[in-house]
Design a protein around this ligand. Structure first.
Ligand SMILES: [Zn+2]
Length: 393
């Protein structure tokens, strides 16, 4: 299946991207009032890169909360803003995308760190009423990633971006598993695009000058995969569901961890669980998950209704042991093709990634990991292998 024409027609990564941004703005946005959206950490970059634009700065290290996005949308509308430029990393980009979409104005992505794959994506990852949710939104009309901005980011952010890319091992696998289990439609070109993003990063020496640019390119490729598909399906599977659960602060307190750091740790946990599935019979062990209040409420508490709603109608209603049996040879083949857990952990450790729960301020216990694996699949309706594996208590 050929890929459709992307919404984001201009993506410039590397030296000279800022000049190209200025040219683009003077040609495509002429006569419109532009707004540079940033946070206190990236405001100096916005000021330097776009001195002629009005600025809107969130608190340093802001999160993408719905009410903050609503405030920005009102500002855009009330002040006659014609387009916005997101000058920041993940949260600033999500807030800008959400607000620009609500105000029906275009936005340009100007990432300040190679930290997440959301810069060109078509969905906004927002926290609304304590629930982490992914809303259909509008991608940027253009992305300009200039090393003058993203090379100044702390190494921790780049390493986090690598982990967001490594998570694609699981998200691609879960998509393929859903195909074999329930006939979900795949797109081989999108999967190929994501695989090339992973290989691009793995093929480069992390100490080389080109590495951060390769990470940015890889993130833009996986973000484009989301855009081509129109949902985060290609780039978000069980590994992101664990991260979302932790971000909801339901089974843990506040944690000081970046999105990619959480995805890195969860990728290792899910990969380990999937490899263990090879030891048993997935069909034989399958028990239909109960999307009941009794099961969900002890963990989901006040947002239980929202979680029940998310899983209604039951995405697994047509799944039977027979269907799992029929899909099992393909699923086992895919699990075998996943990287070895020890190898992946080794790569991540060498790069300086966080690999343990305790390193992202979560309890480093088998119980906590088991609870995460048991409840995370319900944060989204999406089918993952984790959703059908028997939970270990
Ligand atoms: Zn991600």
């Amino acid at each position: 299946m050929a890929l459709a024409e992307p919404y984001t027609k201009t993506t410039e990564i590397g030296e000279g991207a800022l000049e190209k941004a200025h040219r683009y703005m003077s040609e495509e946005m002429s006569g419109l009032k532009g707004l540079a959206v940033c946070d206190k950490n990236t405001e100096y970059i916005a000021e330097k890169a776009f001195p002629d634009l009005e600025r809107y700065a969130f608190e340093a290290g802001t999160h993408a909360y719905g009410d903050l996005g609503d405030g920005l949308a009102s500002y855009i509308t009330d002040n006659g803003i014609g387009y916005a430029v997101a000058v920041g990393s993940g949260s600033v980009t999500d807030l800008t995308r959400y607000a620009a979409h609500a105000a029906k104005k275009p936005f340009i992505s100007y990432p300040t760190a190679a930290s997440v794959d959301g810069f060109v994506s078509s969905v906004a990852a927002m926290t609304i009423k304590a629930r982490k949710t992914t809303l259909p939104s509008t991608p940027p009309v253009a992305l300009f990633a200039d090393p003058a901005a993203y090379m100044t980011a702390p190494r921790r952010l780049t390493v986090s971006g690598v982990c967001d890319i490594l998570g694609k091992y699981i998200s691609i696998f879960d998509w393929q598993a859903a195909h074999y289990l329930l006939g979900e439609k795949l797109n081989d070109e999108i999967i190929d695009l994501e695989r090339r993003a992973v290989e691009k990063v793995l093929s480069l020496d992390p100490a080389s000058d080109d590495f951060t640019t390769a990470v940015m390119e890889g993130l833009v490729m996986t973000g484009m995969a989301i855009q081509y598909h129109g949902s985060s399906r290609p780039a978000s599977g069980a590994e992101h569901h664990l991260s979302h659960l932790w971000e909801m602060r339901l089974i843990n307190g506040e944690i000081d961890a970046l999105h990619g750091e959480q995805v890195g740790v969860s990728t290792l946990i899910v990969l380990d669980r999937y490899k263990k599935a090879l030891c048993g019979d997935i069909a034989e062990e399958y028990e239909h998950p109960q999307f009941t209040r009794e099961f969900l409420e002890p963990v989901y508490g006040p947002i239980t209704d929202g979680i029940i709603e998310e899983n209604t109608p039951d995405p697994l209603s047509e799944l039977t042991k027979e269907r799992i049996s029929a899909a099992q040879p393909d699923i086992r083949r895919l699990i075998e093709a996943l990287p070895d857990v020890g190898w992946l952990r080794g790569y991540m450790l060498a790069l300086g990634c966080k690999t343990r729960l305790s390193e992202i301020e979560l309890p480093d216990t088998a119980e906590f990991a088991a609870k995460s694996l048991k409840y995370a699949p319900f944060v989204r309706r999406r089918i993952t292998l984790l959703k059908i594996l028997r939970a270990e208590n």
